[in-house]
Design a protein around this ligand. Sequence first.
Ligand code: URA
Length: 215
Amino acid sequence: MNLTDLARSLRNCQRCQLAHGRTQVVFGTGNPQARIMFVGEAPGFYEDKQGEPFVGAAGKLLTDLLHSVGLSRSEIYIANVIKCRPPNNRDPLPEEIDTCKPFLLQQIELINPKLVCTLGNFATQTLLGKKVGITKVRGRAIRMPNFVVFPLLHPAAALHQGSLRKPLEEDFQKLKAVLDDMQAGHFDDPPTAPVTPQKAPQTESAPQPLQMELF
Ligand code: URA
C-alpha cells in the first residue's frame, strides 16, 4: 500500500460519527517523501471545504512560520490526527482519535519522516502516547523509535490568544536549531543507550544545545 492507496481507502470512511457532517475526508498534503512532517488536530471549516489541511487563517500563519525557518509547504508533509471536521470545530473526542490514529501512524510509516512536528495538545499526546500538556513539552526534541517528535504550540491557539504568538515564534526558532542539527546528520544514527531526559531551558536568552530526549 502506498500513500495514494491509503488516501483512496479512506475517501468514503464511515468508521465514526464525523462521517455524517463532513464535506470530505482531509487526508493530508505535501511531499510524500518529506523528511519533515507536521501534524495538526483536525480540519476546520475551510479545510473541510477545500480538502486540504491548514488552508484557513491558522494555515496562513503556519505558512509564514515555516518560511521564517526556511521551509516551504511543498517540501514538507502536513496532516491531522483527525481526518474529518468535528462539528463547529469542537475538540476531537477520544473515540474519534482512537479510530483515526492508526491511519495517521500508517501515513507516517509510509512517508517515513525523520522529524514529526506536532502542533498543539492533541497531536502531541497522540504521537507521544501520553497525556502530557503542550506547555510542558513544547520546543523539545523527543526521540521515538522511528522518528523524532518536536511539539510546538498550535497556530490557531496563537490566533485566539495573542499572548501565545511570541512563544509560538520562539518554538519555531528552536525548530530551526533542530533542522540545522538534522542537516548536520545528527538524526541519522539513533543512540543505542537511553539519553537522560534533561530540563527544558530556564531562560529565553541563553543559547542551549539541542536536547534530545527519550520519552
Ligand atoms: N487546525 C488544524 O489542526 N488542522 C487544520 O487542518 C486546520 C486547522
